[in-house]
Design a protein around this ligand. Structure first.
Ligand code: MG
Ligand code: ZN
Length: 367
């Protein structure tokens, strides 16, 4: 009996090795990431990153990324995209009209990378410095004709099944619906531990991985970094560790440094520098997690450039940043990739291609 068991183990090992060898002959060993952390700096073009570099003793966390590409950001109906069409392009791989979330040009809902990860058993999360209903996070979970349909977007978040979200916008959940529902209660009913900045210090919370996690950082929009907001680096690190515990298969985490865009719309240099410091620290923390974890692909990019920023000469030791518009511009934006499958992100491509590359990295089948 013992001998029989032993020989069948040998047979199993032998069979396994043979299969492995066959695979190696067929194609090189592929090292797929289990996790993807996508960091979007809203409005963060090359000039913004350069400004962050000059303002940070001539160094920036993005310098340690081995792979760099560029993406073309135009939308279906405008050479200059807005954040809704850009988020839809990145999340779903289609160009749609400005202001539209998660619908194609014909108005039909399109699936997102976050939803596909969820449906494949991965843990999912978003951490942002805007309201959670804002255009960029909205593009990953909402399907609405206009980005300002905040109540509808809130419903979509509630029904998204996302494991974790951290951001502003509490007011859209904390209200009585026509049918008398309070959506904070609905969140709890759906298995979330719900926290907010009024009652909790985000730095002192360790989320329970057996429950979903929601943290509201503001009633509407969180403070700017210039005004003292500083949660993004820590919250992002916490989110990655939490999602890592939530699923054996892996996770998808979207992180948005939302207010780089707002500083550039306002043409304000110091608030921009402060947002870039926060962005830099967030990327540092993510890299630290990814290096330790070894199975995490990190992608850092923007949805578009904002402000037409130029780093003009001031003095020999001082730049004089100048904005050419208070809107968005059409310049290509960089893509930085680190970790397994990062090589996919080399080159110049459409923003929609990011979706296909992320699917390939996750090993999702052709669709
Ligand atoms: Mg945004
Ligand atoms: Zn903007």
């Amino acid at each position: 009996m013992k001998l029989l068991a032993f020989s069948s183990i040998l047979f199993l090992i032998g069979g396994f090795c043979w299969e492995k060898t066959q695979n190696i002959i067929a194609k090189p060993i592929v090292n797929d990431p289990k996790n993807i952390i996508l960091i979007i700096g809203d409005g963060t073009g090359l000039a913004q990153i350069s400004a962050g570099f000059y303002n940070n003793n001539l160094s920036f966390s993005l310098e340690s990324f081995p792979v760099i590409g560029f993406q073309k950001t135009y939308s279906a109906n405008n050479l200059i995209t807005d954040s809704a069409a850009a988020a839809t392009a990145i999340a779903s791989g289609i160009k749609t009209n400005n202001s539209v979330l998660g619908l194609n040009k014909e108005g039909k809902p399109v699936g997102t990378i976050l939803e596909e990860a969820r449906d494949s058993g991965f843990a999912t999360g978003m951490v942002v410095t805007s309201s959670i209903q804002h255009a960029t996070p909205g593009g990953f979970v909402a399907h609405r004709v206009a980005r300002n349909l905040y109540e509808g977007i809130t419903e979509d978040i509630l029904n998204s099944g996302i494991d974790l979200f951290i951001g502003g916008g509490k007011q859209y959940f904390d209200r009585q619906e026509l049918d008398d529902r309070n959506l904070i209660d609905s969140l709890k009913y759906k298995g979330y531990n719900v926290y907010d900045y009024f009652n909790n210090d985000i730095n002192s919370i360790t989320p329970d991985p057996n429950k979903k996690f929601a943290f509201f950082t503001a009633d509407n929009q969180p403070l700017s970094a210039f005004q003292g907001r500083d949660y993004l680096p820590k919250a992002t690190e916490m989110a990655a560790k939490f999602l890592h515990q939530r699923s054996e298969l892996g996770f998808f985490l979207m992180v948005e440094s939302s207010q780089i865009d707002w500083a550039c719309h306002a043409n304000q240099v110091q608030p921009l520098y402060d947002e870039l410091q926060d962005f830099n620290k967030t990327i540092e923390n993510v890299l630290q997690f990814a290096k330790k974890n070894g199975e995490t692909l990190v992608i850092v990019t923007a949805d578009h450039e904002t402000g037409g920023l130029g780093l003009n000469p001031g003095s020999s030791k001082m730049l004089a940043p100048k904005f050419t518009t208070n809107g968005h511009t059409a310049t290509m934006v960089p893509v930085f990739a680190f970790g397994p499958k990062s090589e996919l992100f080399r080159g110049i491509y459409e923003n929609t291609t990011l979706y296909n590359k992320m699917r390939t990295a996750f090993g999702f089948s052709e669709n």
